[in-house]
Design a protein around this ligand. Sequence first.
Ligand code: ASP
Length: 435
Amino acid sequence: MPKHRLSQHTKIFIGLAAGVALGLVCNAFFSDYPELDWLLRNVIAPFGQIFLRIIFMAVIPLIFSALALGVAELGDVRQLGRIGAKTLAITLLLTGVSVFIGMTLVNTVRPGEGLSDTERQSLMSTISTSTVQTAVQRAGEAKSIVQTLLDIIPKNPLADAVGAFDETYRGGGILALMFFSLFVGLALTLARSERTVVFEQWLQGLYDVVMKIIGVAMKLAPYGVAALVFTVTARLGMDVVVLLGKFVLVVIGGLLIQFFITYSLVLRLAVGVSPWKFFARLEEVIITAFSTSSSNVTLPTALRVTEEKLHVPSRISRFVLTLGSTANQNGTALYEGVVVLFLAQFFGVNLTLAQQATVVLAAVLAGIGTAGVPGGSLPVIVLVLQSVGVPGEAIGVIFGVDRILDMSRTVLNVTGDITAAMWVAKSEGVELKLE
Ligand code: ASP
């Protein structure tokens, strides 16, 4: 009898489903048992972390080699300028639409006002815990816009690489590292010689090695994914989700509209491919984004799937996806806008039109500047809250559901990058067929 082998993405899907189901069962029946807490803290959560960390450790060299090579492969500066400008325009368009959808929903449904007194009380009691304080601290001092922009050009790219995943780091972080990598790629294009060819091959070698490391980590993926989602669902259960029901529905509803309507329209009208075939090929990417809550961790899977299953040439996918993993976060932008307005409603703060405009702008910028790591948006939300006169600690109200929504918005962040890559490829005359 032939041995039946499950494909990797089927295994990951089984891991995801098993993690969710077991987590909910454990939450329902054993949430009072200290053993469950012990198991989560000492066995299951760390196992999930092993999987995440192996990928995380490869992300910095991946970003460096993918971007530098991506630019070098484009070959000439004019092409780089054109593709860069298109990527930026598409990013702003998709992010803008996303924020608009979220703001419209939250202004229509007004989820912050519909809560009963008991619900309000029980949510308020969660505020001002130590986690909230850390988030407020992490937000730190707001930097001026000029400084923020200046920090994108690194003084010391190594320092920015070191601070890339640290929310307390006040420099340019991952955006600065990307700037450096783009510059290296550009210089490589301009200084073509026998010696730089060796360097380019070295970069390609680094890229291949890093992808291999990630390939090994992905072998762990079915178990890692199960452990990560089990930890969330076993801790959370459905209680908080129900309590913040309307808010959760507004966020998820907005994400779904962007996913199924905006992306479908772009794919159908601008790219000319069937959205359903596109979504079906993204299964592995979607599961990885959902379970890891990190665009950066999902980047290698996104690169592979975009090149192998969607046939986008690597010179375009490396550039658009790598930049997009930090700079094009549609889900995060939508979420930030919704959260800030929700909390303003919750605390009865009436936002003027100018303040709402500040929120929109901040949300769009947050989509560009937020690190693609779990919970990356939280410090930014605190900053925006404070800037419109809502206490930063208010974020405690939504902490309970943040992880679930983080998982969901990350799916959108990554899908948005791939949609953008398809669009750029199409506009560059690439024939895209999804048979
Ligand atoms: N977790 C998100 C991402 O990596 C960022 C965030 O919204 O917190 O894409």
